[in-house]
Design a protein around this ligand. Structure first.
Ligand code: CTP
Ligand code: CA
Length: 228
């Protein structure tokens, strides 16, 4: 049967999947973060392992309740900041057949991290923080791709003037990755929920379009990666 034929399709492949969201510290007790739970990335790791791939999951501040779903054959490495994620990806990515960057990565970090807890000290009631851009890990991976390696990006987009497909195609081209999976997010959609609408684009257009649970969307994405 069709599903059975794909079951062991990733046998012998080594996959790296990142999941969750980075945190950039301000001081020892505070950070700038995002609402990514890591569920979608965890489901991608599970779906790839179910197809027979050897999978390492880089879990970026993923809650223990979400990590509880991870099966024992998946290696898990925990990190927190963008710099830690970048370093771990640099170590792990070169030996992988497929790298999926599902983690939500901060575009900025603090120019200076305070070693002491920041105090309220401005008379005018404001606080000014200086942020600097982080390195684009996905673009770096795509620019240094190993022979035959497949690099997959993610994009969470709020609705705008152009369609989700148009923005996904433009972002894939800008990042230089092989495939880009995009979903629409808003105050009440996409995050901290188990259902999702995902489109996957390559250089020619949409290769998959699926609405369903994060498990179903992950399976369709993994099949689109294997088809490539
Ligand atoms: N990403 C990354 N390193 C960064 C920022 C993002 O590797 N410093 C990766 C994410 O893991 C994701 C993809 O890039 O796979 C898309 O991120 P996104 O934030 O949508 O793209 P940006 O280029 O940061 O564009 P935007 O200005 O829309 O945030
Ligand atoms: Ca970004």
């Amino acid at each position: 049967d069709g599903a059975g034929a794909l079951d062991a399709f990733a046998e012998g492949q080594r996959w790296l999947v990142t999941a969750g969201g980075t945190r950039e510290p301000l001081d020892p007790v505070r950070f700038i973060g995002n609402r990514s739970s890591g569920r979608q990335g965890v489901e991608v790791a599970l779906a790839a392992a179910a197809r027979g791939a050897e999978v390492t999951l880089i879990a970026v501040n993923v809650d223990a309740s979400v990590l509880a779903a991870v099966t024992p054959e998946i290696e898990v490495i925990g990190v927190s900041t963008t710099a830690e994620l970048e370093e771990t990806v640099a170590t792990e990515a070169p030996s992988r057949d497929v790298v999926v960057m599902a983690a939500a990565v901060s575009d900025y970090r603090l120019a200076e991290v305070s070693n002491e807890k920041l105090r309220k000290e401005n008379a005018d009631g404001t606080l000014t923080l200086t942020l600097v851009e982080t390195n684009d890990i996905l673009a770096g991976l795509a620019a240094n791709k190993q022979d035959g390696q497949i690099v997959v990006g993610f994009a969470a987009e709020t609705p705008g003037d152009t369609t989700l497909t148009e923005r996904a195609m433009a972002k894939r081209r800008r990042k230089g990755c092989d495939l880009l999976a995009a979903n629409e997010v808003g105050w009440n959609t996409g995050f901290e929920r188990s259902d999702n609408h995902l489109i996957v684009v390559d250089e020619h257009g949409v290769v998959a379009d699926v609405a369903g649970s994060k498990r179903e969307t992950a399976e369709v994405l993994v099949d689109a990666i294997l088809a490539r």
